[in-house]
Design a protein around this ligand. Structure first.
Ligand SMILES: *Cc1c(COP(=O)(O)O)cnc(C)c1O
Length: 301
């Protein structure tokens, strides 16, 4: 299925003569949803080909990737184990409840242990504890995930759109790496702008390391993290609520809301030349809204 591309209409866009489209990756699967589905696709195929029955992965207590992996277990017939950063909460949040309901075995480890998650000794300890499994890294980012994300721009070209700019939110950098390499394979000269939802300058180097060859048509807009991962400000919340009311498209507060806020802010500041076409990737993450509202008092509509 090709995920729909919708045009966003608004006064500012008309005034600045910008054509803004959104690719609804949040509609690509009913439960796995968004870029996490793209990232899991070839990993699930590989796990099956390797004869693995169990998927094991890592994440925080509100992680979209944990949610998606649990959903993928149900949808594709794998057992799942989630290694969760931090202490077990007294009341499980909606993400963890969903994971458990989908049969995911949750294993909580301290933040310091969590830092060891890529160490071979730690992984062999996990094998002793849980038996054989197919390992998916935190956030789902690996070469097969990047291969899955390369299909997003390939689809856009099939849908006959050649935007001047692709924009997307960035966490570990796996998805943007796939967009960059996918566009390069199609000899596209679109530019790619990533909006990190984390604070810090480490991401550029990590994306460069994930890319097999250097590319110059991408950059990170680091001004829209709102204080860091899972941090927010009132103007972000009102923007997300207003966007939903005006366009009937829900955005999440961790990733897609920050990106869309950034796009409109940059448009107002005249960053994009007149007559530019922008394609924003809606990477999903909508499962996080309920847990966010539980924590912060139902501020998102
Ligand atoms: C995980 C996630 C991202 C970040 O993707 P990376 O490949 O880790 O950069 C962006 N948006 C949403 C909604 C996500 O769930």
């Amino acid at each position: 299925m090709l995920t729909p591309i919708q045009k966003i209409e608004s006064f500012v866009l008309k005034e600045k003569n910008i054509h803004l489209f959104i690719k609804r990756e949040d509609l690509n699967h009913p439960t796995i949803q968004g870029n996490k589905f793209r990232k899991l696709k070839y990993n699930l195929a590989q796990a099956k080909a390797d004869g693995k029955k169990t998927l094991l992965t890592f994440g925080g207590a509100f992680s979209n990737h944990i949610y998606a992996t649990a959903a993928a277990g149900t949808a594709f017939g794998f057992s799942t184990i989630g290694i969760i950063r931090g202490e077990k909460p007294k009341n499980p949040n909606p993400t963890l409840l969903f994971a458990e309901k989908n049969g995911m075995q949750l294993h909580f480890i301290s933040r310091s242990e969590y830092k060891e998650k890529q160490e071979p000794t730690f992984i062999s300890q996990l094998k002793e504890l849980f038996g054989d499994f197919y390992l998916i890294p935190e956030g789902g980012t690996n070469d097969l995930a990047i291969k899955g994300c390369e299909e997003i721009p390939a689809e856009v070209l099939e849908q006959k759109l050649g935007p001047d700019y692709y924009t997307l939110p960035v966490g570990t950098g796996g998805t943007i790496t796939g967009i960059i390499s996918g566009l390069a394979k199609k000899n596209s000269n679109s530019k790619i702008i990533g909006f990190p939802s984390l604070k810090g300058d480490f991401l550029k180097g990590e994306i460069e390391a994930l890319l097999k060859s250097p590319h110059t048509n991408w950059k990170l807009q680091t001004d829209y993290h709102f204080g860091g991962y899972a941090k927010h400000k009132p103007e972000l919340i009102s923007f997300i609520n207003e966007f939903k009311e005006l366009h009937n498209i829900p955005l999440d507060p961790i990733y897609t809301g920050k990106m869309m806020f950034g796009i409109f802010d940059l448009i107002k500041k005249g960053f994009f030349p007149r007559d530019s076409t922008i394609l924003a990737i809606h990477t999903g993450g909508l499962q996080g809204i309920e847990g966010f509202n539980n924590r912060f008092g139902n501020i998102l509509d």
